[in-house]
Design a protein. Structure first.
Length: 158
């Protein structure tokens, strides 16, 4: 079999790669326009919103049940989302994480593991720290605080 024919047959499957225009650097104005179309949501805004949602849920839990343990359980559930989120936000916004794309990628993985570990540890410690513990109140507050991440995606689209 002819080598040029075999090479052409192998490259034929990659024809779409040849049709793409070359990548060009953006001008300053083009970069500004791109940033305006794709705004960045601060992780601290998300953590702050989670804290507010957690406080509201804890207040509602106390108002609806008039039980202090339910209030503390809901507040602890909110903290189970807010504290690890704040740790990750702090780690991801440090100067060290923006040194290079490789460092940034490793940093995302590291801080994600820290966030998961702290969340799990806080859930394991909940029965020892909150007496008596209301698991439904804790879990409702935790789930509602975690749902704030979905709203962050909506904020970004504005």
């Amino acid at each position: 079999m002819n080598d040029s024919l075999a090479h052409g047959a192998m490259r034929k499957g990659f024809q779409d790669e040849l049709d793409e225009p070359p990548v060009q650097a953006l001008s300053f104005d083009e970069a500004q326009a791109l940033r305006a179309r794709n705004p960045v949501v601060s992780p601290w805004r998300v953590v702050g919103t989670q804290a507010v949602v957690g406080a509201v849920v804890a207040g509602l839990a106390w108002g609806l049940t008039n039980a202090v343990p339910v209030f503390w359980s809901a507040l602890y559930g909110a903290a189970t989302a807010v504290v690890p989120g704040a740790l990750m936000a702090r780690g991801m916004t440090s100067r060290f994480t923006s040194l290079s794309p490789g460092v940034s990628g490793v940093s995302v993985m590291l801080w994600s593991l820290v966030k998961i570990g702290v969340s799990v540890l806080m859930l394991v410690m909940a029965p020892r720290l909150i007496q008596p513990l209301s698991w439904p109140a804790l879990l409702v507050a935790l789930v509602l605080c975690v749902q704030v991440y979905w709203f962050a995606l909506l904020w970004r689209k504005r």
